[in-house]
Ligand binder design. Structure first.
Ligand code: F3S
Length: 428
């Protein structure tokens, strides 16, 4: 790979051993990908936390958090001193919510270890946003900005809605990026890889967040890891709808970029979305039949109507969604046999406290958790067998991870189920 003088100096050790190892890692990674060079990045979304008993054991045997960072973020057996980060870096979701550890079944020793680790990582200059939705809490890159982001639902939002540029990075590559300000220049950093590959024509109304989740889930199954271009959308979706749409498509397939013609920034027309690629002669069509069949597939594990748990907030709820939830729950009471947990970012939880939504949700019997989710933490209320969800992504993962039955529907449907203790299917 071709290096600039500054990159060569980092590789030669000018900025110390940690930066040297980071640059060496990026070169090995870039060569494996076929990248010809690196690109500067000033925006990293990373996981560097240590929140499991395995990590605790590793840290105690090998030299604390510097050993954890050296091994798991720089691929180095040698423990090196980690300098402050060079690039704006925010933390993605964690394995649990340290403020709700008992509820999530996490022991005090693990919480103490996590807190020490978080003090170390914030000391490096990494922001403790702890969310899969960094764009909801202030990390909003601009169109064309080169980023190094983890978390598939955030990556597809970054590329498609914001028009910024990232591949789905891993713990090692973002660890190296935050110390060097570089990431391999390949994949979605390049113009030609951002062009459309499939044309999808939507023949039905797609309005609610659940509608967008279903369309995204169907689309991911159709195109897998390609770049779909969607036409036929009759009204402009808001942030929550696009968030659910991308999250669904990146879980049923591996979609990292899509274009909504007339809505997303690199698709003012069908022709622009495909660029020098040929527009397919015929689109794939999504209508009522496809919607109904997708809903049936998502609800394939749901057998019993009596539910135990309602999980909301995948991806983490925005402030607007928390406001909507508070309106749905105000003056109501969640059924005694049901637990309702809603996940959001720490910063959003703070605003919910200030705005009175926390009180409304807790008065109804619900709980607000931050930093994680049931799929990430593998934590659900004790005895849970049947779950109601408003996220196609969480419905995709939770039955597979925990063996529970899952029902997918709208937020309002989930709230009704939480209060009634039973799932009521709507006509697909
Ligand atoms: Fe976020 Fe968990 Fe969903 S980390 S995208 S809430 S699976």
């Amino acid at each position: 790979m071709k290096l600039t003088d500054a990159e060569q100096a980092m590789l030669d050790g000018r900025d110390g051993p940690a930066v040297q190892k980071a640059m060496d890692l990026l070169l090995r990674y870039g060569r494996a990908l076929g990248a010809e060079r690196l690109v500067e990045t000033h925006n990293v979304v990373a996981s560097v936390s240590a929140s499991t008993p395995f990590m605790r054991e590793f840290a105690s045997q090998h030299g604390g958090m510097e050993a954890v960072f050296s091994q798991f973020s720089l691929d180095s057996d040698e423990v090196v001193s980690i300098p402050k980060v060079r690039t704006f870096s925010v933390h993605t979701q964690l394995g649990f919510d340290p403020a709700q550890a008992e509820r999530m079944g996490v022991d005090e020793q693990t919480v103490q270890f996590f807190r020490k680790g978080e003090a170390f990582t914030t000391g490096l200059g990494i922001q403790a946003t702890n969310t899969c939705t960094p764009y909801q809490v202030g990390n909003i890159p601009v169109r064309g900005e080169h980023c190094a982001w983890m978390e598939s639902s955030a990556v597809v939002y970054c590329n498609s809605v914001l028009g910024a540029r990232t591949n789905t990075e891993g713990r090692e590559s973002v660890g190296a990026a935050m110390l060097t300000g570089r990431i391999p220049y390949w994949g979605y950093h390049l113009d030609e890889n951002r062009l459309g590959s499939h044309w999808i024509e939507v023949d039905t109304d797609v309005q609610s967040t659940a509608d967008w989740g279903l369309l995204g889930y169907w689309m991911g199954e159709q195109v897998q890891e390609q770049v779909p271009v969607i036409t036929g959308i009759r009204s402009t979706p808001n942030l929550a709808r696009l968030k659910h749409f991308g999250a669904s498509a990146s879980s049923s397939g591996g979609v990292e970029m899509y274009h909504l013609v007339g809505i997303t920034p690199e698709a003012t027309s069908l022709q622009q979305a495909f660029g020098r690629r040929k527009v397919p002669n015929q689109p794939l069509r999504y209508g009522l039949r496809e919607r109904r069949e997708t809903l049936q597939r998502l609800n394939a594990t749901g057998r019993e109507a009596k539910i135990d748990y309602v999980m909301l907030g995948c991806p983490h709820y925005s402030l607007e969604q928390m406001w909507e939830l508070a309106q749905l729950l105000e003056g109501r009471r969640i059924h005694a046999d049901v637990q309702l947990w809603v996940f959001t970012a720490r910063a959003t939880k703070f605003l919910c406290d200030q705005s009175g939504y926390t009180r409304i949700i807790e008065d109804a019997g619900g709980h607000i958790l931050s930093d994680s989710c049931s799929a990430m933490s593998r934590a659900v209320p004790t005895g849970t067998r049947v779950v109601a969800l408003d996220s196609a992504k969480q419905t995709h993962y939770l039955p597979a991870i925990l063996g529970v039955q899952a029902w997918f529907g709208s937020t309002a449907q989930c709230v009704e189920a939480a209060c009634a203790g039973r799932w009521q299917e709507l006509a697909g």
